[in-house]
Design a protein around this ligand. Structure first.
Ligand SMILES: Nc1nc2c(ncn2[C@@H]2O[C@H](COP(=O)(O)OP(=O)(O)OP(=O)(O)O)[C@@H](O)[C@H]2O)c(=O)[nH]1
Ligand SMILES: [Mg+2]
Length: 440
């Protein structure tokens, strides 16, 4: 599945791992390789530029935890950013004690009927009692197709060849399957015109008010997934997406990225014609597989270990009152990864709201951006030994970072304040913070 994308990504990684030193030129080349590969997979240009510029920025600016090679750190960044481009994790949760209704919509030939059978089988294997309703009155032999698939997997199918009223059939089907855990409703894809199809979906949806409407999209159309799902979303609220035919679809990567860009979650992917070829979709697992899961998993674990080790060393330094500006910066970056600075600072005993006025908390997230450039304009010596910062050094750093002298002074004051708090509490404050962060 998605062999070319997989090969392209892995070749780019291999090349990066192969260079002797990862300098700016090597990162830029890596980024170009990624762009080429993603574009070939029909990922939308805007999305390609967005994700690769994030990767480039992080690759050039972030300091890997001590002990983790820069190359590995960049692969980790690639993994994180690609996963987040494919949206968040989602899981189909079936409630117990009532019938959960899933409505399948999508254009002609997208794979709805196949997905109806695959999904029924998937849920049945999990122990749910499932019924499938054929609410397609347009396709010749639609009911026969679904009934045959139902027989194959041992799931009952409801339909009415003599009626052309899809919404009423859907409604009757739900009544017929009272007592089942899940009822899946398959709908028409062919219609005289698209408008009519969307009208019919609207009618069915308002008549049966499904718990979940899944839009089934053919993955071979690539980035066109975006406009297709937008069109459907305007007619009925789409709760999630199923991308089919990812087996052998050269544009599958683009299809997934485009679907995720609409904001709807991808629930499942179809990977073949057999009834078992359906997988729940997890962006992290999927990207892990694209990049070669075994390696990625080991790398992530190692990165985590090293980060924890580094944290412990920093805690030691902070406790002994030897905190540097680098430590402060690292800590702020770590926190930023965990959420808004404001929320985090509220967790630190020494930084409680009694000490920081509300107004000051407001712009803190943007302030971190300023601090980043200030710190980057300081020399190594200054960062390790902020006490040497005098008027002329402050002026130089302000000019170099494009900030005001008062910003530099403020950063230095905040540094001193944090250091004092840490020292006074002998690191208790930090330990408490770390413990709380781990719990959130
Ligand atoms: N290779 C591959 N083929 C698939 C997959 N899903 C569906 N198909 C094929 O795509 C074709 C159309 O699938 P259907 O399930 O009939 O599509 P539909 O959306 O119900 O079509 P209409 O009812 O006409 O709107 C069939 O030949 C399926 O076998 C998939 O994941 N991989
Ligand atoms: Mg069908």
């Amino acid at each position: 599945m998605l062999e070319r994308l997989k090969e392209g990504l892995q070749a780019a990684i291999k090349k990066l791992i192969g260079v002797t030193t990862v300098d700016e030129a090597a990162v830029k080349e890596f980024i170009r390789d990624l762009q080429r590969t993603l574009l070939q997979a029909d990922v939308n240009v805007k999305q390609v530029l967005e994700v690769t510029s994030k990767i480039e920025k992080r690759a050039l600016q972030e300091t890997p935890p001590p002990g983790l090679p820069r190359k590995d750190h960049i692969v980790k960044i690639l993994y994180e950013e690609l996963s987040s481009t494919l949206g968040g994790e989602v899981k189909l949760e079936i409630p117990i004690g009532r019938t959960y209704t899933i409505l399948l919509v999508g254009i002609q030939g997208s794979g709805k009927t196949t997905v109806a059978a695959k999904l029924a089988r998937y849920l049945q294997k999990k122990g749910y009692k499932v019924g499938v309703v054929c609410a397609d009155t347009y396709r010749p032999g639609a009911l026969t197709q679904l009934t045959m698939l139902g027989k194959q997997i041992g799931v009952e199918v409801y339909g009415d060849e003599n009626s052309s009223d899809a919404a009423t059939i859907a409604e009757r089907g739900l009544k017929y399957f009272e007592g089942k855990n899940v009822v899946i409703v398959d709908t028409a894809g062919r219609h005289k015109e698209e408008k009519g199809l969307l009208e019919e979906m609207k009618e069915i949806s308002s008549k049966i008010t499904p718990d979940l409407t899944l839009l089934v999209i053919d993955g071979t159309i690539g980035q066109a997934c975006y406009s297709q799902s937008e069109a459907f979303h305007k007619a009925v609220p789409i709760g999630g997406i199923v991308i089919t035919k990812l087996d052998g679809a050269a544009k599958g990567g683009g299809a997934l990225a485009a679907a995720a860009a609409t904001g709807a979650k991808i629930f499942f992917i179809g990977t073949g014609e057999r009834v078992d070829d359906l997988e729940p979709f997890s962006p992290t697992r999927f990207v892990g597989r694209l990049l070669g899961l075994g390696d990625i998993k080991a790398l992530l674990e190692r990165a985590k270990e090293l980060e924890m080790e580094a944290d412990e060393k920093k805690v030691q330094r902070l406790i002994s009152g030897k905190m540097t500006i680098d430590d402060l910066y690292y800590q702020l970056e770590q926190m930023r990864k965990l959420g808004s600075i404001r929320r985090i600072l509220e967790l630190i005993p020494g930084f409680s709201q009694t000490q920081i006025p509300e107004a000051e908390l407001e712009g803190l997230d943007e302030k971190l951006e300023k601090w980043r450039s200030i710190i980057l304009s300081m020399t190594k010596e200054e960062r390790a030994n902020p006490e040497i910062m005098n008027v002329s050094r402050i002026r130089r750093v302000a000019r170099g970072s494009g900030t005001a002298e008062r910003d530099v002074k403020e950063l230095l004051a905040r540094y001193k304040q944090t250091k004092d708090v840490m020292k006074a509490s002998k690191g208790r404050a930090l330990r408490q913070l770390l413990r709380r962060l781990q719990q959130t």
